[in-house]
Design a protein around this ligand. Structure first.
Ligand code: ATP
Length: 358
């Protein structure tokens, strides 16, 4: 039997609720499939760990994670600890330490989910956003001087390297090529940002020559937001910088009906390190501890993890189960206008996995 070692890191807030739900659904799925197993090990790293130890994860945390086949992550963030400590101390430490340079965010308007776009129907919105996840605006390059004085200054310098832009561009073209429409939109802001963004555009044009069967277009980030809202059908795969794609993918998640549905994968495409799969939402303090977080984004992240592990049939089965539950509309989370708890949504997906027609 094929076995995979999975590190589960629920983290903070609703991460502690949706990851256990995801683990239980994946366990039901592996039992149903019968030909592979996921061996989960859970780590209590996050803000509570920080309160006990003064750090978000142990110093040898990356060495502990390295032998795993994948990481199943929840959320990070705490009302009483600054975001730059929680984010850089755990999630970004893993993303950067394991060179997870491609952040992949699928968005789909699913049957049964009421999206905010009055005219969009399921099928009109089926995108994958590829976010450069290792440099750009979030390279951590900058500093503060003259703190507390009137002349205080803070800098945050975006870094774009030829190596970094080329590898994400190749990844995005390859992903676009693997999808039926073979359509890639390269997002940029090279009208106002005359250096790094122009390098981004030039490399996009160079890499495009390697993929003659992929149609690509180039859009400014501000203009692409209106295209996402007014003409969602015209988009398929989108590649953008770390900051731009961060913003665009929150918009995408909202347009697909809820933050609670959307998944993401932080990939090390070279497979030198484990990749990490997580819902796109944060720790959502307002609903944490109430058992009402929608776990669908975590389940979809689980399907992406299975696909990455090469378990395509199981991934498809899980997606069909999710789609069936949403289309039926009987067991919907509160964010989708229903009343179901995290556990009830998990149970409905488990029941759908057992349904004969999946
Ligand atoms: P971040 O950690 O990114 O700052 P956050 O904790 O502020 O995020 P988000 O995750 O961005 O919160 O979510 C914003 C709001 O959307 C939440 O406060 C919550 O009301 C809602 N939400 C997010 N995820 C879910 C979910 N899984 N189920 C239901 N509602 C959700």
């Amino acid at each position: 039997m094929r076995r995979y070692k999975i590190a589960a890191i629920p983290g903070d807030g609703i991460g502690k609720e949706v990851v256990p739900a995801g683990v239980s659904v994946l366990n039901v799925l592996t039992q149903r499939c019968g030909d592979f197993a996921l061996d989960f090990e859970s780590f209590d790293w996050g803000s509570d760990y920080w309160r006990r130890h003064g750090k978000m994860m142990p110093d040898d945390g990356l060495a502990v994670l390295k032998p795993f086949d994948a990481i199943y992550f929840g959320a990070v963030g705490d009302q009483n600890i600054p975001d730059h400590i929680t984010l850089w101390g755990l999630r970004l430490k893993i993303c950067q330490g394991f060179d997870q340079y491609a952040n992949v965010r699928p968005t789909r308007l699913m049957n049964g989910v009421p999206g905010p776009l009055a005219k969009a129907r399921p099928g009109d919105l089926d995108w994958v956003i590829v976010r450069e996840n290792s440099e750009g605006e979030y390279a951590g390059h900058g500093g503060r001087a003259h703190q507390g004085h009137p002349e205080e200054v803070g800098t945050e310098t975006a870094i774009y390297t030829r190596a970094g832009v080329t590898r994400i561009m190749r990844f995005a073209f390859r992903l676009a090529q693997s999808r039926p429409r073979k359509l890639l939109t390269v997002v940029t802001k090279s009208n106002a940002q005359r250096h790094g963004m122009v390098l981004w555009d030039e490399i996009a044009a160079e890499v495009a020559k390697e993929f003659p069967d992929v149609t690509h277009d180039k859009w400014l980030v501000d203009a692409v937001t209106t295209r996402m809202v007014l003409n969602p059908k015209s988009l398929d795969t989108i590649v953008a910088t770390n900051l731009h794609a961060d913003i665009l993918s929150d918009l995408a998640a909202a347009l697909s009906g809820s933050m609670g549905i959307a998944p993401t994968a932080n990939l090390n495409p070279d497979r030198n390190y484990p990749s990490m799969f997580e819902p796109i939402h944060g720790s959502a303090f307002d609903i944490a501890g109430k058992g009402i977080a929608n776990p669908i984004g975590t389940f979809w992240s689980g399907a992406m993890m299975l696909e990455h592990l090469g378990e395509r049939a199981a991934a498809a089965k899980l997606m069909s189960a999710i789609e069936l539950v949403l289309a039926k509309g009987e067991v919907m989370g509160r964010d989708l206008g229903g009343t179901a708890s995290t556990a009830e949504v998990a149970q409905a997906v488990c029941d759908a996995i057992h349904a004969a027609n999946i």
